[in-house]
Design a protein around this ligand. Structure first.
Ligand code: DQA
Length: 148
């Protein structure tokens, strides 16, 4: 099983961003924890971060055929990127959306989530643990579907 892990704009700066919202881990720390979780579950990850919407879309178009699911933190694109939403929907892959902070309890513009309706699950507010819970839930979902 191969999972695409996608980090959107500004997530390369984790560790230096507002710790109250995002915690203290760097993106490398988070990717390290994700790869341990993947190893434990015998799955492989293809990890990608970009600050550019089009690059995220190119990555999805190029790699979705070889993957079983997507774990994504779209950063601020969550709140307005219809083209990223379309690209995710076009993959037809089960997608789990994660956020370090609880986007429903911050500024009003963060309450808008254009991925609503196309993801199988959204995990928010657990800081770096959102990613781990999200990956585990995605793997379990794919395994359950395969065994039906
Ligand atoms: C975020 C929440 C977004 O609103 C914000 O723009 C981010 C990070 C989170 O993980 O909490 O960059 O996706």
């Amino acid at each position: 099983m191969r999972i695409l892990v996608i980090h959107g704009p500004n997530l390369n700066m984790l560790g230096k961003r507002n710790k109250k919202h995002y915690g203290a881990c760097s993106l490398d720390d988070i990717n390290g924890m994700l790869s341990q979780t993947a190893k434990k579950n015998l799955v492989s990850l293809l990890v990608f971060q970009s600050n550019h919407e089009g690059e995220l879309i190119n990555f999805l178009q190029k790699n979705a055929q070889k993957a079983s699911g997507i774990l994504i933190n779209p950063g601020a694109l969550t709140h307005y990127s219809y083209s990223l939403r379309d690209a995710l929907e076009d993959t037809n892959l089960p997608t789990v959306e994660v956020h370090l902070s609880d986007i429903s309890k911050r500024e009003p513009f963060r309450e808008i989530d254009v991925l609503d309706g196309i993801v199988i699950e959204k995990i928010v507010g657990l800081k770096e643990k959102s990613y781990i819970v999200g990956l585990e839930n995605l793997i379990n979902y794919i395994r359950r579907k395969r065994s039906l």
